[in-house]
Design a protein around this ligand. Structure first.
Ligand code: ATP
Length: 252
């Protein structure tokens, strides 16, 4: 389990987070919601090691990782997606997913990227795992297309598949359904549930409450950097404080 306790972050004079606590459990989706500027991305960045908290602590499966850099967290089983998908547009979808195997390849330096990609393609075990991932996340039909030619919703699923290549225990998803229509959201919900079925703990930052209700088991609500409420989606949905600051203004 990931346990973040009393996390505070200051950017100069701005208090982006104040004493916020959250837990991510294996096989469950913890959703993080709140209005713009509430501190959701900052908390996700703190948990994945991209932002150092001013105070507070983070434990992953009982080990303190508060001071550990992002690459060390990746090695301790955390993978994440970004609000704007990060990918190499001129590489195929399959090769972009292949990049996710890097944390498992010893000595995989970025400047050896292309050479290593070539070697990895040769390795039967990795090739088989890649094929399984592409199949599982329904990317096989676009596997050989250049990622730059693939629609946004498939790029986001490609990012999730790439996260899973590292065999993570925890995956953080930053607004994975932003800009999606109902059909794309339903497809994405199906893919997210594959993560929890595999025992992965998911932290989901998302604005669409309908999507949150479909996939998550617990919700933490932030407002102006502080904890506002937490509970099951059905409790949050009817919490007057949450409706006032957030849900009343959002699609749900
Ligand atoms: N690197 C930074 N330097 C200075 N201020 C920052 C930085 N990152 C975030 N902030 C500020 O911290 C506050 C929280 O921002 P954050 O992006 O975490 O909110 P959010 O809930 O993710 O918002 P959104 O829904 O718009 O993505 C905001 O006031 C933001 O301007």
């Amino acid at each position: 389990m990931i346990t973040a306790t009393d996390i505070s972050v200051r950017f100069g004079g701005l208090r982006a987070l104040e004493d916020v606590s959250v837990q991510v459990e294996p096989g469950r989706v913890e959703a993080l919601i709140g209005p713009n500027g509430a501190g959701k991305s900052t908390l996700l960045n703190v948990l994945s090691g991209f932002v150092r908290p001013t105070s507070g602590s983070i434990q992953v499966d009982g080990t303190d990782v508060t001071r550990a850099a992002a690459h060390r967290r990746a090695r301790s089983g955390i993978a994440r997606s970004f609000q704007t998908p990060r990918y190499v547009p001129h590489l195929s979808v399959a090769d972009n997913v292949l990049l996710g195997f890097f944390p498992r390849v010893k000595g995989g330096l970025v400047h050896t990227l292309l050479g290593t990609l070539g070697q990895m393609r040769q390795e039967r075990q990795i090739r088989e795992q890649l094929d399984t991932l592409l199949e599982e996340f329904e990317l096989h039909e676009v596997a050989s297309e250049e990622a730059g030619n693939v629609p946004l919703w498939q790029l986001r699923i490609m990012e999730i598949a790439r996260c899973m290549a590292a065999r993570p225990q925890y995956v953080f998803l930053d607004e994975p359904a932003a800009g999606f229509d109902d059909k794309e959201r339903a497809l994405l919900a199906g893919q997210v549930s594959k993560l929890t079925q595999a025992g992965v703990g998911v932290l989901l930052v998302e604005h669409n409450f309908g999507f949150i209700k479909t996939v998550s088991s617990h919700v933490t609500v932030l407002a102006q950097g502080k904890h506002l409420a937490s509970g099951e989606p059905s409790q949050i949905d009817s919490d007057p404080r949450v409706v006032e600051v957030y849900l009343g203004k959002e699609e749900h």
